[in-house]
Design a protein around this ligand. Structure first.
Ligand code: C2O
Ligand code: CU
Ligand code: CU
Length: 474
């Protein structure tokens, strides 16, 4: 299939090509549960493991909750299978990761560690496919600051399908600065991978892409349909990934209470921010606190998506006091210090054109689109004439968002600090400052063998259709 025709075939997770695509969609509208309606399923929380061991990408049956057993493509391993997403990796700054991927799918795949600064051989570049029935070990040192990253496939033209069928997981990095804050931990720190989905009549995940992006008629949080999570009377920390192919969520609490935002893609912000709602586009991450100290046993609070109206996740109070070792405190002072990038050596302009091009070109695996000098700060300007939203993502470094002109015309509180993905809406020009050397300055990834990275739209159908560029840090 070439880039022009890949969108024509809708395929279900059973591997069957569905002619006409839409015909296999679940016709029941009741799946998008109304507020308070429909039984809630216990939220899946994947086990937390150190990033050393073996992972298999395989077509497998998973439990989505409520007796809905779906064929999906899942990361199994670390004594964990039968659920989405994959296990949550947790490491400290200074550790190393060594994860052997076995590809038990019927097509090539890779793992990209979105947000992790790694050399090309570990970056899951589409030019480094792991063929069906083959294995590959991703190895990299972890030298960046504490943050929430995530892992997902990045094969040529098949990222949208593979993510939609379920391949994704969280990767948490901790460090001493973060530990000193005494934030909630253990059961009070909960990763949430939020996405939309379509199920066929037999409850199997279905992928029916459109060139404007896949949209699902229901949602999954940690692979659970219509989830519910019991919460003790204490402070919780939620580590949120937008793992959707194309959907933007606008998160808020149903009771109108603010969220306390403390971090995003690249780790902690300088200060906590109380905020009524937060928009998160595909690939972005959030780190926020919710205090359930006064939530009575049996009372509930909803995490909502204001855009779709979906009640994404219901928190139900247990009334129980927190387990002392894991209870955290609301930070009052500075969270972290962030040195602003400044004085760019040069400016680059990237136009996100149509639904498949950057600066007029569709992606070519073998073409290097530009070269970036190592260690020099650059200003990158992202424009679009239409067909947005385009969540723009850069591999190999975090960046700082400096301005947004046109459209929403502001840099939002959740876009401060270090980012690796930023939402470009129609009519907007977004400027970022970026420097390739790792957030800690200790990485030396440069040259074709180590410093080949990607710039792309993280709407996965745009990415697969060619809205992606190769660049080399030199
Ligand atoms: Cu999360 Cu290049 O992608
Ligand atoms: Cu990435
Ligand atoms: Cu796009």
């Amino acid at each position: 299939m070439n880039r022009r025709t890949f969108l024509q075939a809708a395929i279900t997770s059973t591997g069957v090509v569905a002619v006409g695509g839409v015909g296999v969609l679940n016709p029941r509208s009741g799946l998008a549960a109304k507020p308070g309606g429909g039984p809630r399923n216990p939220l899946n929380v994947p086990p937390t493991v150190v990033p050393s061991g073996a992972l298999t990408a395989a077509r497998t049956q998973v439990d989505l909750g409520g007796q809905k057993i779906s064929w999906a493509w899942a990361y199994n391993g670390f004594q964990y299978s039968g659920f989405l997403p994959g296990p949550t990796f947790r490491a400290s700054r200074g550790d190393s990761a060594s994860i052997q991927l076995t590809n038990a799918l019927a097509e090539p795949t890779t793992i990209h560690w979105h947000g992790m600064v790694v050399e090309t051989a570990a970056d899951g570049h589409p030019g480094d496919p792991v063929q069906a029935a083959d294995s590959y070990t991703y190895q990299f040192p972890i030298r960046q600051r504490a943050c929430l990253n995530w892992y997902h496939p990045h094969p040529d033209m098949r990222t949208g399908a593979q993510v939609c069928f379920g391949l994704a997981g969280a990767f948490i990095v901790n460090d001493a600065e973060e530990a000193a804050l005494g934030l909630p931990s253990g059961p009070y720190e909960v990763p949430l991978i939020v996405r939309d989905a379509n199920l066929d009549r037999a409850d199997n995940l279905t992928y029916n892409p459109k060139s404007s992006g896949f949209t699902g008629n229901t949602w999954l949080v940690n692979g659970t349909l219509n989830p519910q999570h019991p919460v003790d009377a204490t402070l919780y920390r939620f580590r949120v990934v937008n793992g959707a192919n194309a959907r933007i969520f606008r998160l808020a609490l149903g009771n109108g209470a603010p969220l306390t935002l403390i971090g995003n893609d690249g780790g902690l912000l300088t200060q906590a921010v109380q905020i009524g709602w937060i928009a998160i586009s595909p690939g972005e991450r959030l780190d926020f606190l919710i205090d359930f100290a006064t939530l009575a046993a049996g009372a509930s609070v909803m995490l909502k998506d204001l855009d779709s109206g979906w009640d994404l996740l219901e928190f139900v109070g247990t009334g129980a006091p927190p387990a002392p070792g894991d209870a955290g405190t609301m930070p009052t002072g500075a969270l972290s210090s962030i040195t602003p990038l400044s004085n760019p050596a040069r400016t680059r302009v990237f136009d996100f054109d149509g639904m498949s091009r950057i600066n007029g070109k569709e992606y070519d695996l073998t073409r290097i689109d530009f070269q970036v000098p190592f260690g020099e700060t650059e200003l990158w300007r992202f424009n679009t004439a239409g067909n947005a939203p385009h969540p723009v993502h850069v591999h190999g470094a975090s960046f700082q968002v400096v301005s947004r002109a046109g459209g929403r015309n502001t840099v939002f509180p959740w876009e401060r600090g270090w980012k690796d993905t930023v939402l470009l809406e129609d009519g907007e020009t977004v400027e970022i400052l970026i420097r390739f050397e790792g957030s800690s300055g200790v990485y030396q990834y440069r040259g074709l063998d180590k410093g080949l990275y990607l710039l792309h739209c993280h709407k996965l159908e745009h990415e697969d259709n060619g809205m992606m560029a190769n660049f080399v840090v030199v």
